[in-house]
Write a protein that binds this ligand. Structure first.
Ligand SMILES: CC(C)(COP(=O)(O)OP(=O)(O)OC[C@H]1O[C@@H](n2cnc3c(N)ncnc32)[C@H](O)[C@@H]1OP(=O)(O)O)[C@@H](O)C(=O)NCCC(=O)NCCS
Length: 190
């Protein structure tokens, strides 16, 4: 893998940007978690579950990284046999904004073990310290209590409420708007 992509090793995870050879593992992640993710994601087409789709998506992930418009991470088991979780930092805007959006999920198999917080803490460090962001925004559907609890544990603060904000699972859903600032992140690291 090219060294331009970030890679971290944490206590339980190997974290990096997906490469071409990860297409089948990514497809498997979304196939096996279809029911788990369905309430929290857009309706997916049949093509979404094919190897071809994931090969194209990985190309797109690399283009976005090169353009500095998004950074998409996968977290793998230490033996690299399965994808545990994914996190996408998208719509990166630099200039006077220095902000992006964060989306994420963890496989049903690994949910509720503290792995998501371990994963996102490493990714957030990279986004603040290396990409140079000032703010990361993450938004969740009010009934998604697990997601709200995760963001709270990471130090995200509620900033607002947007009505019919995203079309999720086939209908327009209200979202709680939260954000983490670099200064809050740095304060947590002390
Ligand atoms: C939202 C989501 C990512 C949260 O993942 P998660 O596994 O609950 O998050 P964590 O890894 O931080 O796990 C925390 C849980 O592990 C438990 N835990 C066990 N060991 C732990 C440890 N060492 N450290 C922290 N928590 C630990 C905690 O008690 C906590 O459980 P609780 O909230 O029931 O008390 C996951 O539910 C998911 O993928 N949902 C579907 C997709 C989705 O909703 N995406 C977000 C859309 S906005």
């Amino acid at each position: 893998m090219s060294s331009k992509f970030p890679q971290f090793v944490t206590k339980h995870l190997i974290i990096r940007v997906a490469t071409a050879s990860d297409a089948e593992m990514l497809r498997e992640y979304y196939v096996s978690n279809q029911a788990h993710l369905a309430p929290w994601e857009p309706i997916r087409s049949e093509a979404y579950y094919t190897l071809r789709w994931w090969r194209l998506r990985i190309n797109q992930i690399h283009s976005e990284f090169d353009e500095a418009s998004a950074v998409s991470f996968i977290a793998m088991t230490p033996d690299k046999s399965a994808i545990v979780a994914v996190a996408n930092f998208s719509n990166i805007i630099q200039g006077v904004f220095k902000s992006c959006y964060l989306g994420y999920s963890i496989s049903k198999t690994y949910e509720g073990q503290g792995l998501m917080i371990e994963f996102l803490q490493s990714c957030l460090g990279f986004m603040f310290e290396n990409v140079g962001l000032n703010r990361v925004m993450a938004n969740y559907i009010p009934v998604n209590e697990r997601s709200g609890a995760l963001l709270q544990r990471l130090g995200f603060e509620r900033e607002g409420y947007a009505r019919k904000y995203l079309r999720i699972a086939g209908s327009w859903q209200d979202h709680v708007l939260t954000a983490l600032l670099k200064e809050d992140w740095l304060a947590q690291q002390r």
